[in-house]
Design a protein around this ligand. Structure first.
Ligand SMILES: [Cu+2]
Length: 94
């Protein structure tokens, strides 16, 4: 029992500890007027420069939605995504 709990705790620590930021991460959803993979790659690139792990970015090209798990503010993420030159709209957190 005790051992299993120890292992569980260890796993959680590894999953969360990849980026050692103190602020709580939130999941934000953005609309971005993407038409192809070039657009989604551009989104990944600008977010990556901000320090967002690729594993924390989910892109639905068909729905034109980007889900980002980050401790950065929604404003900062919006500003960053706008660097792609595409229309960006903040859809909220989840
Ligand atoms: Cu494109």
């Amino acid at each position: 029992m005790t051992l299993k709990r120890l292992f569980d705790t260890d796993t959680n620590t590894h999953q969360q500890g990849r980026k050692s930021k103190k602020m709580a991460e939130q999941t934000h959803i953005f609309y971005m007027d993407m038409t192809c993979e070039g657009c989604s790659n551009a989104a990944k690139r600008v977010l990556g420069k901000l320090g967002v792990d690729e594993g924390n970015i989910t892109i639905d090209l068909e729905k034109k939605l980007i889900t980002v798990k980050s401790s950065e503010s929604a404003d900062k993420l919006t500003e960053t995504l706008k660097k792609t030159g595409k229309e960006i709209r903040y859809e909220g957190t989840n």
